[in-house]
Design a protein around this ligand. Structure first.
Ligand code: TRP
Ligand code: SF4
Length: 538
C-alpha cells in the first residue's frame, strides 16, 4: 500500500498521478519507505517489467471500475488469478496496511480492490502491518492499536466480509511469523541491501519486517497453493519481486524444457526450440540427432545431412553468442538423439522426495543425477505434477504471487498527496464538512477565466477534482465519470459548479461511510482480533 508518514513528517505519502507530471522527478525509484515518485508510468513497464493491465482486462470477468478506468494500470502475472476466477478454482487476494495514521481516500482504493476480489469469489485477507509500523516507522503500540482499529473499521464499512475472509495483525499471528522465519533462510543481507538500500545502520527488526511482509504475501497459500493477487501501489513492487523469488526458492523442483541431456540457458533453449521445429519437418521420420541440430544452427538447413530432399530454411539469427555455445554443446553431444522433453531439477527435495517424483512420472523418463527428463508430459502437466509431489512430501508448493498496481492520487493542493499536508488529502475520518471544504479549495485543471474555459475546455487529465470523480465519487457509474470528463474538456463545465458537485458528493460519501463505520464497530468487537496489545511501550 501507499507509504504513510506520521513519524517521518517530511516524507510524501503518495506520488503524483501520472500524466500530471511532477516536475523534476523523472527518475523512477521504487522505494517502499523512501520518497519514491512516479513521474512516468511507462518507465515502470520498460524498466521494471510490470505489465500493462489493459492487456489482461479482457480476461477479467466483470472488471472493477478502477480497472476499467485505468486507475489500476499494471500487473505482474495476473492471468492465473483471472483464470482461476473464470474457472472457479481456488484463488486469493491479500493486502496490508501500515497503521501509521488515519485511513484516507488513497487507502480506500486498496480496500475496494480487496473487497471486489472477495466478491468475485477469492479468499480474502486484510492485514495490519503493525510490526512494520513499529520497526520501520517507530510508532508506539498505543498509536498502532488506535490506527489499526480505524483501518479495520473502514475496511468492514466498505464491505469486507469478515466471516468469509480473514483479518489479522502481523504481531498476533504465530503461523505468519513461523513462515517469515522459514522465508528468511532463503534471503540474505546482501540481497536486502541491493533491493532496499539497507546498510550497516539498518536495524534488524526492520529487516525482519521485510521477511514478515514476504510471509504475508504467501500466507494465503499455507493451506494449499493457489494463485494470489496482491493489490498495492507501485512503490511496493520491490516487495512483490522478492516474494516471487522467495516463493520460487522454496520449491522442491524446478521444471524446464530441454532437447538433449545437456543444460542450456534461456537464449540457447530458444535456439534449440527453433532448430527442433525446422528439423522435425526436414527429418521426415528419421531420428534427429544433436549433430543435425548443430549443423543446422551453424550453417543453415542446407547443411543438415538427412537423406531426404529439403527446402532451404533460414537459421534464426537471434543471439550470436548463444548460437556459438549451443552449437558447441550440440557437437559434443554428437549422436545423442535430439528430442523435446520436460526436465525436473531437484532443487531442495529430500532423497525420498526425489524418488517419489521419479515414481510419479508416467511414460518414458530418464533419470540423471539431480534431474529427471520426462518425454510424455507437457510443461503444464509437469508443473502440476511437481507441485503435487512437493505438497505430498510436506512442502509448500507455492504458486508465484501476482500483483496489481494502482495509480497514486494527486494531492488536492496539486503535487503529491501527503499525510503531513492535511489539505492535500481527505481522511476517511474527516468531518464531512471539512471534506466538503477541502474539495472546494482544491486545485483544478481549469483555465484562467470562464471565457477561456468555455473556449478551450478544462484540463481534466491534470485535475485533482476530476480524479476524485474517477477514483471515487462516480463509483461504478462510468457514464457519469465520462460525462464529467467530456463536459470539462468540451468547455461546458466550469470549475466552480464542478467542485460544488464534487464537494457535495464527498460530504455524502463521508457521512455515509462514517455511519457504516459505527455499525461496523459491533462486527469488529465480535472478531477474534486483539486491538489492545499488551506489549510494553517501547
Ligand atoms: N509494506 C506495506 C506498506 O507500506 C504494508 C504491507 C505489509 C503489505 N504486508 C503487506 C502490503 C502484504 C501488501 C501485502 O503499507
Ligand atoms: Fe477539473 Fe471540473 Fe474544472 Fe474540469 S471543470 S478542470 S474536472 S474542476
Amino acid at each position: 500500500m501507499t507509504r504513510d508518514s506520521e513519524s517521518v513528517p517530511d516524507e510524501e505519502l503518495l506520488a503524483d498521478g501520472g500524466e500530471t507530471a511532477a516536475e523534476g522527478a523523472d527518475e523512477v525509484a521504487l522505494d517502499p519507505w523512501g520518497s519514491s515518485t512516479v513521474s512516468d508510468y511507462r518507465k515502470l513497464f520498460e524498466e521494471f517489467g510490470i505489465e500493462e493491465f489493459e492487456e489482461v482486462l479482457p480476461e477479467v470477468p466483470n472488471p472493477h471500475y478502477l480497472m476499467r478506468r485505468g486507475v489500476i494500470f499494471g500487473h505482474r502475472d495476473y492471468r492465473p488469478v483471472a483464470e482461476a476466477m473464470r474457472e472457479d478454482e481456488p484463488w486469493a487476494v491479500l493486502s496490508g496496511f501500515m497503521p501509521t495514521g488515519d485511513p484516507h481516500i488513497g487507502h480506500k482504493l486498496v480496500f475496494d480492490e480487496i473487497i471486489w476480489h472477495q466478491q468475485q469469489g477469492g479468499e480474502a485477507y486484510g492485514l495490519i502491518a503493525d510490526l512494520e509500523a513499529h520497526s520501520a516507522r517507530g510508532l508506539t503500540w498505543d498509536e498502532i492499536d488506535e490506527h489499526s482499529r480505524d483501518y479495520l473499521l473502514s475496511l468492514l464499512a466498505l464491505g469486507f466480509d469478515a466471516e468469509e475472509g480473514e483479518l489479522y495483525r502481523q504481531s498476533d499471528n504465530r503461523q505468519l511469523q513461523d513462515l517469515a522465519f522459514e522465508l528468511g533462510i532463503e534471503a540474505n543481507y546482501s540481497e536486502l541491501q541491493a533491493i532496499y538500500g539497507f546498510d550497516g545502520e539498518t536495524d534488524v527488526s526492520h529487516m525482519q519486517s521485510v521477511v514478515t511482509q514476504m510471509a504475508d504475501i504467501l500466507y494465503p497459500q499455507l493451506d494449499e497453493p493457489k494463485p494470489t493477487v496482491i493489490p498495492v501501489g507501485p512503490d511496493q513492487d520491490p516487495h512483490i519481486r522478492l516474494a516471487r523469488d522467495l516463493a520460487t526458492r522454496m520449491r522442491f523442483f524446478k521444471v524446464s524444457e530441454a532437447y538433449a541431456s545437456f543444460e542450456a540457458n534461456d537464449a540457447e533453449r530458444a535456439l534449440l526450440a527453433s532448430a527442433y521445429e525446422t528439423l522435425v519437418d526436414l527429418a521426415e521420420g528419421e531420428t534427429i540427432r544433436c549433430v543435425h541440430a548443430a549443423q543446422f544452427l551453424a550453417h543453415g538447413a542446407d547443411a543438415v545431412d538427412f537423406e531426404a530432399d529439403r527446402p532451404s530454411v533460414k537459421v534464426p539469427d537471434i543471439d550470436e553468442k548463444a548460437r556459438a555455445s549451443a552449437v558447441k554443446k550440440l557437437q559434443s553431444a554428437g549422436m545423442e538423439p535430439f528430442r523435446p522433453r520436460t526436465r525436473f531439477f531437484d532443487r531442495k527435495a529430500t532423497d525420498e522426495g526425489f524418488e517419489a517424483l521419479i515414481d510419479a512420472i508416467e511414460g518414458e523418463k530418464r533419470v540423471y543425477e539431480g534431474h529427471i527428463d520426462a518425454f510424455d508430459l507437457d510443461r503444464e502437466e509437469a508443473e502440476a505434477l511437481a507441485r503435487e509431489v512437493e505438497v505430498d512430501q510436506g512442502g509448500y508448493g507455492f504458486v508465484m504471487p501476482s500483483s496489481i498496481y494502482h495509480r497514486f492520487m494527486t494531492g488536492l493542493t496539486g503535487g503529491k498527496m501527503s499525510s503531513s499536508v492535511p489539505a492535500s488529502h481527505i481522511s476517511l475520518l474527516d468531518d464531512p464538512e471539512d471534506g466538503y471544504d477541502k474539495v472546494k479549495s482544491a486545485t483544478t485543471g481549469g483555465r484562467q477565466s470562464a471565457e477561456e474555459q468555455r473556449e478551450l475546455g478544462g484540463e481534466a487529465d491534470k485535475c485533482p477534482v476530476y480524479e476524485l470523480y474517477a477514483y471515487l465519487l462516480a463509483g461504478d457509474d462510468d457514464e457519469f465519470a465520462k460525462e464529467v470528463y467530456d463536459e470539462c474538456v468540451g468547455g461546458e463545465r466550469l470549475c466552480g459548479g464542478c467542485k460544488e458537485q464534487a464537494a457535495e458528493l464527498m460530504k455524502e460519501f463521508l457521512e455515509e461511510h462514517q455511519e457504516k463505520r459505527e455499525e461496523a464497530a459491533e462486527l469488529l468487537d465480535e472478531l477474534d482480533i486483539d486491538l489492545d496489545s499488551d506489549r510494553k511501550q517501547v
